[in-house]
Design a protein around this ligand. Structure first.
Ligand code: SF4
Ligand code: SF4
Length: 339
């Protein structure tokens, strides 16, 4: 038996997605980091502290996800975690590709870090390493085992693309054998490298999956994995025309912070200089119009405005020219608990 619920947007909970550097040891095929838009610098610890403090009084419930690049490449990650905890961030997550640099597992404790969240994009070494690079499968699995041995709670992120959707079902026994607590399914977006045209010389097909593929595969397998006692979260992606659409940019309190000082409210905007906030001398200030906030207000029958602008081909229309379904906010998630 499983319980499925849509995770409601809330203004009473702040979620901070903090990219403390953009450097990474891997070169994943779908990497969404775009140095031209996000910079190449590594934030010094005093700046990280000042920027964390800028969000400290946002709401009583504050969650932070440390990201990169690969955040464990940052020599001061442990100190940043300690500072976030001191400021009252209730849930602290470190997203990692599994390499766990800087002996991070012995420099933070399970009391300080709620989740180590590992990225794996294939149930087999062959598929994952084709997407994320040679050796990344074995290193990630080894990293998960080491984190669990040290008493950390772990989650795993699987970004669905046409390259790996066929292995989603095979993740169930792997997750079981590893002992991972949560499983996050993501959908590949047209950001960073994924936004580049398919490479004919590599006979690379588009990484995106169709609506029919998604609906035939993801919800059912997510339920099956949840029945094993793992909490599974996946993006809703598609809404029926009668379902209510909400833009997280207007009804939630999310911030996507990059080391060049840009602060976005929407991940789909991150490839463009339309961030609505930025850090100037460590103060968070609004940017000039036009910016992403102006797009959030637009009410269109297709749902998400940014989706319509950057990937309109994922919407289909009936004979009257009306969309047959809506595209949900990319931040709208379904969560399944069971077991
Ligand atoms: S691990 Fe993350 S940051 Fe590094 S290349 Fe892969 S997707 Fe990009
Ligand atoms: S993904 Fe679309 S709906 Fe969600 S915050 Fe961005 S613009 Fe709004």
């Amino acid at each position: 038996m499983t319980l499925t619920q849509t995770v409601a947007f809330s203004k009473n909970s702040t979620n901070l997605f903090f990219h403390i550097l953009t450097t990474c040891n891997l070169k994943c095929r779908h990497c969404y980091i775009n140095p031209a838009q996000h910079g190449k610098n590594t934030l010094p610890l005093p700046t990280i502290k000042a920027w964390l403090e800028a969000f400290a009084n946002n709401s009583s419930s504050k969650n932070i996800i440390f990201l990169g690049g690969e955040p464990t490449l940052h020599p001061e990650l442990a100190a940043a975690v300690t500072h976030a905890r001191r400021l009252g961030f209730g849930s602290i997550t470190i997203d990692t590709n599994g390499y766990l640099f800087g002996d991070i597992l012995s420099r933070v404790t399970p009391a300080e870090v709620d989740y180590f969240s590992f990225s794996l994009d294939g149930a087999t070494r062959q598929t994952n390493d084709r997407i994320r690079g040679n050796g990344s499968y074995d290193t990630c699995l080894e990293g998960i085992r080491r984190a669990i041995d040290r008493g950390f709670t772990t989650s795993l992120i699987y970004t669905i693309s046409s390259d790996n959707i066929h292995e989603l079902e095979m993740m169930a026994p792997l997750l079981d054998s590893l002992g991972v607590d949560r499983f996050f399914i993501q959908v590949i977006g047209l950001r960073g490298k994924s936004a580049l045209a398919p490479d004919a010389s590599e006979s690379r097909k588009s990484p995106q999956v169709s609506r029919s593929q998604w609906l035939a595969t993801v919800p059912g397998i997510a339920r099956m994995i949840a029945e094993r006692g793992i909490i599974v979260t996946f993006p809703k992606v598609f809404l029926n025309v009668a379902e209510k659409f909400e833009c997280a940019g207007t009804v939630a309190d999310n911030y996507f912070v990059f080391p060049n000082g840009r602060v976005y409210r929407c991940p789909l905007c991150e490839d463009f200089p339309i961030h609505s906030l930025c850090f100037q001398e460590n103060q968070l200030v609004p940017t000039a119009k036009l910016n992403e906030q102006d797009f959030f207000q637009l009410d269109i029958p297709e749902g998400c405005v940014m989706n319509k602008m950057i990937q309109p081909h994922n919407i289909s229309y009936n004979e009257e020219g009306l969309p047959e379904y809506k595209i949900a906010c990319c931040l709208l998630k379904e969560e399944i608990r069971g077991g």
